[in-house]
Design a protein around this ligand. Structure first.
Ligand code: FES
Length: 86
């Protein structure tokens, strides 16, 4: 989330500032993404479970650690139909 937030201007992105409740930082990873990047944590499963357009490759970017696995990774930034799921 921090990388996207700092480099791009996406309206309403990261509304809850990373606590995993708003879902506005929803991203989809590529089908061939490293398996460990697809492991959801914290509030993520619950929040994604309330949202539409969620795929097995969906993550809340605020719950993805910044490490070498993100190098050259391309993600699709999703603009949820129902932003602000607090
Ligand atoms: S910033 Fe709200 S869920 Fe990620």
């Amino acid at each position: 989330m921090a990388l996207i937030y700092d480099k791009l201007y996406v309206v309403n992105f990261g509304d809850c500032k990373g606590i995993g409740r708003c879902g506005t930082c929803h991203v989809r990873l590529p089908e061939d993404a490293e398996e460990t990047l697809l492991i959801r944590s914290g509030n993520e499963p619950n929040t994604l479970g309330k949202m539409t357009g969620v795929l097995p490759t969906s993550r809340l970017s605020c719950h993805m650690p910044i490490d070498e696995r993100l190098h050259a990774l391309r993600v699709e930034i999703m603009q949820d139909e129902e932003p602000g799921l607090y």
